[in-house]
Ligand binder design. Sequence first.
Ligand SMILES: [Zn+2]
Length: 405
Amino acid sequence: MSFHRMWTELLPVGRGSASGGYRRFAWTAADAECRAWFREQAEARGLAYEADRNGNQWAWAGDPAAGDAVVTGSHLDSVPDGGAFDGPLGVVSAFAALDELRRRGARFDKPFGIVNFGDEEGARFGLACVGSRLATGQLTVEQAHRLTDGDGVTLPRAMEAAGHDPDAIGPDPERLARIGAFVELHVEQGRALDLSGDPVGLASAIWPHGRWRFDFRGEANHAGTTRLVDRHDPMLPYAETVLAARRQARLAGAVATFGKIAVEPNGVNAVPSLVRGWLDSRAADQDTLDTVVTGVEEAAREHAAAHGVDLDVVRESFTPVVEFNHALRDELARVLGKDTGLKVPVLGTGAGHDAGILSGTVPTAMLFVRNPTGVSHSPAEHATEDDCVAGVLALADALEGLVRT
Ligand SMILES: [Zn+2]
């Protein structure tokens, strides 16, 4: 199968020699190499290639203007020191699935497209899914112009430096209106398939998720001379809050993480004046997420009061639940179970995807490929070649049904 050849070709691009992780950030040299690879794959198959106004790449069999197009794909960029599979597995599998359909002599009654969405991970400009958000209008041109990387380079300047016209960015409703179905294949970023023993699963929904900032304000003082009873140390209620988040998440079957913290004055011999911690929490439904976050906040207030520390909690971002199109999902479950009679597992996910951004505009589905350790956004991210091939065949089966009228 062509999967192995393509996978091997793409593997060295943007890989760090020390960590073995990938640094394929939007509009960098590594990104340009990935994009050149996409274009070569398109042209080698006689597909019509185009980069849209927002930097997403498309490869077409048939004329998309005919409408009701079937599109598959994902992204090629990575997080810092990311794994090889998150994103590229969906793009490589898309080309391999097309090869498989051609080998089968499948009938294409509808236009068929493969897409590489630009800047999905947000590793450089701090916002995920920039290409699909711009296309759907969920990110405005003004907001996009304000995005800046760690070196002070704005998104428009970075696009320009990479040879893309930044004045063209903006909503692209005509393009999206031509798509009748979008299917994104992605490596699973958890262990549900490993635990169920299935190589491939279908997505039900993307969990609602949000970020909350907890500011604990106490009193800076000398770590050597201030008696314990005289302290207003914000680190203590913060520590209790971290434990409370873990407990609340466990009780609710959700996830909650304090992964980022800022301390003032941040001195090894100083009782802190401020501890600022960011909570990321996600759950299968809104009520559960509310219960977790409310529980964490109550615990934080209680412990802050006990230590004479002030607390402010601010919700910095929130994304509601994304339910994938039920009809499309049921259709794919039927097609994928047809030969085997197996029930394809349907799972929710706590991670965001371009498919989630598009799902408000276009009927969208996702396929997941088993990741034995569940590790993602790390060089340890993995899927076996057998499972990758199972993913390609499942994607081909799904697409074969969709491209016929
Ligand atoms: Zn991804």
